[in-house]
Design a protein around this ligand. Structure first.
Ligand code: CO
Length: 210
């Protein structure tokens, strides 16, 4: 059996297990998806969105890219965000970074990596911007961990200043943007305590961060 055939076999087992536990599981999903959460996370294979938070298909709308970025001009991310906010009407947007992120490491590595260096440039600028804070930390590991967190906070800021999100808040919508950092060492998520549920909270956070 080839590696890929093995995946098909695993898929059959998975689908059977779902139907055995809940015979209507798939027919319900066909009718509608109504997730309450949008996940913006890293493409890293060690950070599987649904699995980490124990959610089933239909419960989490997911956007992943290298280093969990939310770039204000990226049409892919913006399309996902608009659909999640305006059509699915999610109540929570989870920006989820992770410690040990290869994208964050590559952004601060002086070596050239090709196209990805363009994608990661916001993190490179962020590291320069926060140079004093990072330099004061006791080790390279501490600096790396902190930059992973700072990147999440910056992406939370991008999401919270997005026009679709601001428009939702202006109509009184219940919508919160959260910043989390996941540890691939122990499987635990840390809440970075930068949750934002309104335009005025967003202003306050950005002023603190500046
Ligand atoms: Co990563």
């Amino acid at each position: 059996m080839s590696d890929v055939d093995d995946l098909i076999a695993k898929n059959r087992q998975w689908a059977l297990g779902k139907t055995e536990a809940d015979p209507d599981f798939f027919s319900r999903l066909v009718r509608q998806q109504s997730p309450s959460y949008l996940w913006i996370g890293c493409s890293d294979s060690r950070v599987p969105a649904n699995e980490i938070v124990g959610l089933d298909p239909g419960e989490l709308f997911v956007h992943r890219n290298v280093a969990n970025l939310a770039p204000p001009q990226d049409a892919n991310y913006l399309s996902v965000l608009q659909y999640a906010v305006e059509v699915l009407k999610v109540r929570h947007i989870l920006v989820v970074g992770h410690y040990g992120c290869g994208g964050v490491a590559a952004a601060t590595d002086p070596a050239q990596h090709g196209l990805i260096d363009h994608w990661l440039s916001p993190i490179r600028y962020l590291a320069k911007e926060r140079h004093v804070e990072l330099a004061a930390l006791p080790s390279d590991k501490a600096r790396f961990d902190r930059l992973c967190e700072l990147n999440v906070v910056r992406q939370v800021r991008n999401v919270a200043s997005n026009p679709f999100v601001l428009a939702a808040w202006s109509t009184g919508r219940d919508l919160t943007v959260h910043g989390w950092c996941y540890s691939i060492e122990n499987g635990l998520v840390s809440d970075l305590a930068v949750s934002i549920s309104s335009a005025s909270q967003a202003e306050a956070l950005f002023n603190d961060e500046a």
